[in-house]
Every structure is written in C-alpha cells, then in structure tokens.
Design a protein around this ligand. Structure first.
Ligand code: BTN
Length: 330
C-alpha cells in the first residue's frame, strides 16, 4: 500500500522531484520507510531518479498491468472505480462472473497478465500466455432484454479497434462478428457471456471479455494457431506497452458505453467500414451445418446478409463465418 501511494505521488508530480522528507510527512512514515519503498519499486521495474537535496522523480513505469498504472487519470470514469489486476488467474470472464454473482456493480473490470484457463467462443480455449497479451473483462448490468443487446458486441469490437489504432497506429479490420484482424490474421477476440432472469428474458448481467495478442513473437503460439493468429507486435514490427494499450481500450470502451444506445448509427458506419467479411466468399457454420455463399451487407441490427450458393438470401445474427483464404478455409 505504501508503495502504491508513493508511486501515485510520483506520477502526480509529472517528472518534478519530490523530497523524501515531504513524502514521509504526507504518508506519516519515516524517511527510511520511503527509501525502502523506493528501492522495492526499482526492483519491480520502476525507474526512479534520485538527486541529493532534490528528492525522487519518476522516469518510467514497467509494462505491467497494475492498478496504479492503469487507473491513472481514470479514477472517476465508468471503468475507474472497481478495477482489479491479477498476475495470474483462470479466466478474467470467470472472475467477473464470480464477482457479479456476489453482487458487483456495472463497471467492474478485471485485468490479468496471464490466464490459465482462458476461454474463447464455442467452447474453445483462448491461448493466454504471461507478459505478452492483454486479457480483460468487465461487467455491465444494462436493464434490458436480450434482444436489445444485439449490438453490444459489435460496439465493443469497434471500441477495441479504436483503442488499438489510438495506441499503436494499426488499423485492425473486423471479421464478422467480432474477431479483430491485422494483415489477414487474428490478433484479438471478444467473448460476451450473459446471465438471464429465467422467466422474463431480462438480462441480469453481461460479461464482456477481450483478449489481445500484443507482444507475442513467432513461436509463442501453439502450432495449430500459428498460421491464422498473430500479434500487434508481429504485424507492426515493434513491441507495445500493454498498460498503455489497456488504458486506450478502456477509454474507447467507456465512450461507446456512455453513449449507448444513442450512438448506434455512428457505430454502424464504423463497423461496416472495418468489416472485412463484406463482399467475400464465406462458409457459415451453424451448429454442425456448413453452407457456402457470399457476404453481402450488414443490416441496421449488425446482422450479416448472406447470399448462399443455392441462391437463397438470409440474415445471420449469430454463428461462425470463415472467409475463403483465411484461417485455413480454402
Ligand atoms: C474468441 O476469439 O473466441 C474469444 C476470445 C476471448 C478471450 C478473452 S481473454 C479475456 C476474457 N477471459 C476469457 O476467458 N476469455 C476472454
């Protein structure tokens, strides 16, 4: 706790020097205790300059997903008040669910450096190694029916793409419904899970989980994913600070959520522009059924209009779509 307070003071000083004496007075501890905390922070990767008769100044923070770094400047925003960071966890979605069942409120965020049981859609696992990726989930209690939530996940995909663009300058495409793609390879996935009231179809809570491959290098992926999956670092040629990316994504997410549901047309426009599925030959997987066709357009409810090879046209509101030439579909 002492370390967290010290780092907050140094961050607020924005590069100015703070004397050990001033810090010890503000915290009500001895100067030796301040010095000890500073040296522990240095061991932890914080670069802190010290100059005799001037004090301490923060030069840089480590690229770790810690509350004190992530929440800086965010304290009063939608996602700033109930943020929890884990160095390792089974799944951030599972943790948010556990907390939701214990009564947590909308806006709760869980971030992890590593997931030991990261989950993807359709019961798949999500490869979540330590220190290279960003794994985060948040809780919403939207007071609506499940039908009214149809555009939530596409909005989240637009927000994640915006966060990546703002932080890394890379323009990710969206593969319907919500995989983020750079140069034809998946760099991020979103898993939305709901709890419904049994009789009314009313949404009790929603958990949105986002996984991003940030600094993975070739060889960091399991062999079966290698050809279809990549990272922002591999596609841009440089590594990125995950904490900074996380802050950009939380900011973009909170802007879309605060404007919800009013900003739908803006979101639709951005989604359609980013959607790489449109105009492509695709294969639709619904349950165990596979059908081939062409993806024509996204309607105002984010459904995908398909023209199947037998000439039938139909809207898809959920399901798995593979694009010819991507993810091993040839
Ligand atoms: C997919 O592409 O199938 C969705 C992947 C979603 C992965 C994220 S990582 C954070 C959150 N926790 C999980 O267990 N899954 C989601």
């Amino acid at each position: 706790m002492g370390q967290e307070k010290i780092i907050k003071m140094l961050m607020n000083a924005k590069g100015e020097y703070l004397s050990g004496e001033a810090m010890s007075q503000e915290l009500g501890v001895t100067r030796t205790a301040v010095w000890k905390s500073i040296s522990q922070l240095r061991d932890h990767g914080y670069v802190i300059d010290s100059v005799k008769n001037k004090g301490y100044s923060l030069v840089s923070t480590p690229d770790s997903l810690e509350k004190v770094i992530l929440s800086q400047g965010f304290e009063s925003s939608f996602f700033g008040t109930d943020l929890h960071c884990f160095s390792t966890i089974d799944s951030t979605n599972s943790e948010v669910k556990r907390r939701a069942m214990a009564g947590a409120e909308s806006g709760l965020v869980v971030v992890a450096e590593e997931q030991t049981a990261g989950r993807g859609r359709r019961g798949r696992s999500f490869h979540s190694p330590k220190d290279t990726g960003l794994y985060l989930s948040f809780l919403l209690r939207p007071h609506c029916t499940v039908e009214e939530l149809c555009d939530l996940t596409p909005r989240m995909a637009v927000a994640v793409a915006e966060g990546i663009s703002a932080c890394c300058g890379a323009e990710a495409g969206i593969k319907w419904t919500n995989d983020l793609i750079l140069n034809g390879k998946k760099i991020s996935g979103i898993l939305t899970e709901l709890s419904l009231e049994s009789d009314s179809n009313f949404v009790e809570y929603v958990v949105v989980g986002i996984g991003i491959n940030v600094n993975h290098q070739k060889g960091d992926f399991p062999a079966e994913l290698e050809d279809f999956t990549s990272s922002i670092a591999m596609e841009t040629g440089q590594t990125w600070r995950r904490a900074e990316l996380c802050r950009h994504i939380l900011l973009a997410l909170s802007q879309w959520i605060e404007g919800y549901p009013g900003n739908k047309s803006d979101c639709l426009e951005k989604y359609r522009k980013a959607c790489i599925t449109l105009g492509k030959e695709v294969q639709v997987l619904t349950g165990d059924q596979r059908r081939r066709g062409t993806a024509l357009e996204i309607d105002d409810d984010f459904r995908l209009l398909m023209r199947y090879d037998d000439g039938e046209e139909a809207f898809l509101s959920a399901g798995e779509v593979s694009i010819r030439g991507m993810y091993g579909y040839v």
